[in-house]
Design a protein around this ligand. Structure first.
Ligand code: SDX
Length: 373
C-alpha cells in the first residue's frame, strides 16, 4: 500500500489527456492549449468541443455542434413543472442537483452506455443545465422563465434567459471567457467524484449529479457566492483592513483564497481580475473591484495566499447582474463540459477506482453480551 496523504494531496490517481496544471508555473492547459491561447480567441463552444474531442472544431463541425446544442436546449415539461414547484428559497445548487438527476428519467439514452449515447447525453446536459439555472433564477424571483433563443450561443443565451434581454457585446464576451476559464481543472474534487461514479459503470446522470453535490461545497465551487457575501458584508473599501484583521483573528477561512495545487497564484484569477475591473468601470461601480484588490494585497502580505478562480469571478458576475445564489450553479454550467470530458475518457479505459484506507482502529475485540455491557 502507498503512504497515506490527507486529502489525497499530490497523489496521482490516474492518467489523463484533458487538462494539465502546473502549480508552480501558474499554468492551465486544455488538451495542449494554454488558456492564453483560448481566452479572447475561442468561444466556449469551441473549447467544449476541444475538451470532448481533443481538437478544435472546423467551421462546419462547430456549426453542427451549435445546432445540436440549440436543438437539445428545451426542458421536458415535467421538469419545468418541477422547477415551478420547487420552494422559492431552495438553494439553487440543490435545485440543480435534483433537476439534473430528474433529467435522466426523461432521456431515452439514460441507460445506454455506448460512446455515442454518452456523447449525446453530454450534449443534452450542456444544453439543458444553463436553462435549468436561468429558469430557477427567474422563478425564485417570481418571474416567468424566458426560453432560450436558438440563434444565441450558450453564454449570451444564459444572460438573455436570466435578464429577459440580450446582453451587450462586452457582457457576452466576458461571460463567455469566464465559462472557458471554469470549464475544466484536472482532478478537482467534483471531477474526481464524476470519475469515481463512472468507474463503477454507473450512468452519466448519476456521475454529474454526484459532481454537482461535490462542487456545492464552500471549499470547492461554493466559494464564489461566499466571496460576494463577504464583500457586501464589508460594505466599503475603507472597512476591508479591519474586517480582515478580525476574520484572521477568528482563524476564519477567507473565501476565494488559496488552492490545493496553485501555490504561486491561479492563472484564471488574472483574467477575472481584469474582467471585474472592466465591468466595474463600464458600470461606474468599481468599489467591489477595489475592495477585492485591497483584500488580495492584504491576504498576500498576511498569509502569503493568492486569489483563486472564485475570488474575482464573484465581482465579475455581480457586475453582470447575476444573483449571488446563481454563482455556483454557473460554475456547474461551465464545468459540466469538463466533467463529461472526464466521464468519456474514464469509460475509454476504465478501471474501478477503489483506493485503500490505513486501518488505525482497535483490534482483537471480544464480544460481550448486551446484558453484561
Ligand atoms: C476551487 O481543486 C481545484 O482545482 C478546485 C478549483 C477548480 O477549478 O475546480 O480550482 C475550484 O475549488 C477553488 C477553491 C475555492 N475554495 C475557496 O476559496 C475556499 C477557501 N480556500 C481554502 O479553504 C483552501 O485554500 C483550499 C480548500 C482551496 C485548499 O486547501 P488545502 O490545499 O487543503 O490547504 P490547507 O487547508 O491545508 O491550508 C494550508 C494553510 C493552512 O494554514 P495552517 O493551518 O497550516 O496554518 O493555508 C491556510 C490554512 O489555514 N489557508 C487559509 C486559506 N486557505 C488555506 N487561511 C485562510 N483563508 C484561506 N482561504
Amino acid at each position: 500500500m502507498s503512504t497515506f496523504k490527507a486529502g489525497l494531496e499530490d497523489i496521482v490517481a490516474l492518467r489523463s489527456e484533458i487538462c494539465f496544471i502546473d502549480g508552480q508555473k501558474r499554468q492551465l492547459v486544455y488538451r495542449g492549449y494554454d488558456i492564453s491561447e483560448l481566452v479572447g480567441k475561442a468561444t466556449f463552444e469551441e473549447v467544449v468541443y476541444l475538451l470532448w474531442n481533443g481538437q478544435l472544431p472546423a467551421a462546419a463541425e462547430l456549426e453542427r455542434f451549435k445546432e445540436q446544442l440549440a436543438a437539445e436546449a428545451a426542458l421536458p415539461e415535467q421538469l419545468v413543472d418541477f422547477l415551478k414547484a420547487s420552494p422559492k428559497d431552495a438553494e439553487p445548487m440543490a435545485v440543480l442537483r435534483t433537476a439534473v438527476s430528474a433529467l435522466g428519467l426523461f432521456d431515452p439514452d439514460t441507460s445506454v452506455q455506448d460512446r455515442e449515447a454518452n456523447r449525446r447525453k453530454a450534449a443534452r446536459l450542456l444544453a439543458k443545465v444553463p436553462v435549468i439555472v436561468a429558469y430557477n433564477g427567474r422563478l425564485r424571483e417570481g418571474k416567468d422563465p424566458v426560453p432560450p433563443k436558438p440563434e444565441l450561443g450558450l453564454a449570451a443565451n444564459f444572460l438573455y434567459m436570466l435578464h429577459g434581454r440580450e446582453p451587450g457585446r462586452m457582457d457576452a464576451e466576458v461571460f463567455d471567457a469566464a465559462l472557458i476559464l471554469h470549464a475544466d481543472h484536472e482532478l478537482n474534487a467534483s471531477t474526481f467524484t464524476a470519475r469515481v461514479v463512472t468507474s463503477t459503470l454507473s450512468d452519466v446522470y448519476s456521475a454529474v449529479t454526484a459532481a454537482i453535490g461535490a462542487l456545492k461545497g464552500p471549499l470547492h465551487g461554493g466559494a464564489n457566492e461566499q466571496v460576494m457575501r463577504t464583500l457586501l458584508a464589508i460594505g466599503e473599501a475603507d472597512r476591508v483592513d479591519e474586517w480582515l484583521e478580525a476574520a484572521l483573528e477568528r482563524k476564519e477561512r477567507i473565501m476565494g483564497f488559496g488552492h490545493r495545487v496553485y501555490k504561486t497564484g491561479d492563472p484564471r484569477a488574472d483574467y477575472l481580475r481584469r474582467f471585474s475591473q472592466q465591468l466595474g468601470e463600464k458600470r461606474g461601480e468599481t468599489k467591489w473591484y477595489e475592495m477585492s484588490r485591497r483584500l488580495e494585497q492584504l491576504m498576500y502580505e498576511k498569509k502569503g495566499l493568492y486569489p483563486n478562480v472564485d475570488f474575482y469571478s464573484a465581482s465579475t458576475y455581480y457586475m453582470l447582474g447575476i444573483p449571488m445564489e446563481l454563482f455556483t450553479p454557473i460554475f456547474a454550467f461551465s464545468r459540466v463540459s469538463g466533467w463529461t470530458a472526464h466521464i468519456l475518457e474514464q469509460l475509454d479505459d476504465n478501471r474501478l477506482i477503489r483506493p485503500r484506507a490505513e486501518y488505525v482502529g482497535p483490534r482483537d475485540q471480544t464480544f460481550v453480551p448486551v446484558d453484561q455491557r
